[in-house]
Design a protein around this ligand. Structure first.
Ligand code: SF4
Ligand code: MG
Length: 328
């Protein structure tokens, strides 16, 4: 992705006008073949919008997305249809994304038919195979989505995403609607499928807990921008951006006896119709200086494949517990 910008609204009519929502603000990133890339941030940070822009499910206001070196932003819809096989998405709410009037078999068969991958009896055989791959029984093909649990429905969504034999799958908070015990199962399934089919995964998540063990690299977003991008281990060991530090402190300890109340950032995320000047995080940052409200920090190279957008990341150094948190 190069310089992706997405604005919503902002239409001025005769009688009403809607404010412009700055959902994604100048995002550039490169996703490597075979990696698991996580995009993390609070709700409203633009991460889902970014996921949709990467697949061209929505059009950018500015910027470009390249897939295997080719711009997909200007691709005619006919050529885009071919690419749709390669690029798939799994949604947060598997129920809302599965047509309740279609059987599971028809839902999974749809991409097979659309892309002409099988005909007649072979479609049904392929559906059975796909259901088996995601850990569901073949006879489920004749049932309807409402007959299944959340975890099973997400498996159906994954079977549908696999049906076109994709190369890249974007999971938009694929487990956040599921019970914690089911989350691990679905994550394990995604990891197995990645291995088995050589997939590239992009996982959109709202906290850093879920994605730690499955990701290779992480991009942290705040108000439509990437504020830190890093290989996964150094990000957790030594987060550079004050916002990443705050997100990490908000993760509850796995052992209940070590558990302190999750520490939250001060204040709410500012409204994306009215972005703060300078560093977008300065209204909540415990390290903010006068310069931060004036000057917008660019993403800069912090070494070891890391990028950070903060004027003072060198001075701030390692996360200090308790800084920038609301103790109440
Ligand atoms: Fe905080 Fe300033 Fe760094 Fe922004 S640039 S994260 S406000 S210290
Ligand atoms: Mg979202």
């Amino acid at each position: 992705a190069r310089g992706l910008v997405k604005r919503f609204g902002g239409r001025r009519g005769l009688f009403e006008s809607s404010p412009t929502v700055h959902a994604v603000n100048d995002v550039s990133l490169q996703i490597r073949r075979g990696e698991t890339f996580a995009i993390v941030g609070e709700s409203g940070c633009g991460k889902s919008t970014l996921g949709r822009l990467l697949l061209r499910l929505i059009e950018p206001s500015e910027g470009d997305v390249l897939y295997e070196g080719q711009s997909i932003t200007s691709l005619p819809s006919r050529d885009m249809r071919r690419l749709r096989r390669d690029l798939q998405i799994i949604f947060q709410d598997p129920f809302a994304s599965l047509n309740p009037r279609m059987t599971v078999g028809d839902i999974v068969a749809e991409p097979i038919r659309l892309h002409g991958l099988a005909r007649g009896a072979a479609v049904r055989a392929r559906v059975s195979e796909l259901l088996g791959i995601v850990g569901l029984r073949p006879e489920y093909a004749d049932r309807y989505p409402h007959e299944f649990s959340g975890g099973q429905r997400q498996r159906i969504g994954i079977a549908r995403a696999l049906a076109g034999e994709p190369k890249l799958i974007i999971g938009d908070e694929p487990v956040s609607a599921l019970d914690v015990s089911i989350q691990a199962q679905v994550i394990n399934l995604l990891e197995d499928l990645k291995e088995r089919f050589g997939l590239t995964l992009v996982i959109v998540a709202h906290d850093l807990a879920v994605i730690r063990h499955m990701s290779d690299r992480v991009a942290v977003m705040y108000l439509g921008e990437i504020v830190e991008m890093s290989p996964v281990d150094p990000l957790y060991e030594k987060p550079l951006h004050p916002y990443t530090q705050a997100l990490l402190r908000a993760i509850p300890a796995p052992d209940p006896k070590d558990r302190v109340a999750p520490q939250l950032l001060q204040g709410d995320v500012p409204n994306p119709t009215d972005l703060p000047s300078g560093c977008r995080f300065h209204t909540r940052c415990p390290h903010a200086q006068p310069r931060c409200a004036q000057e917008h920090p660019a993403l800069e190279d912090a070494g070891d494949g890391r990028l950070v957008a903060c004027h003072f990341w060198r001075e701030i150094g390692e996360a200090e517990p308790g800084i920038g948190v609301d103790d109440s």
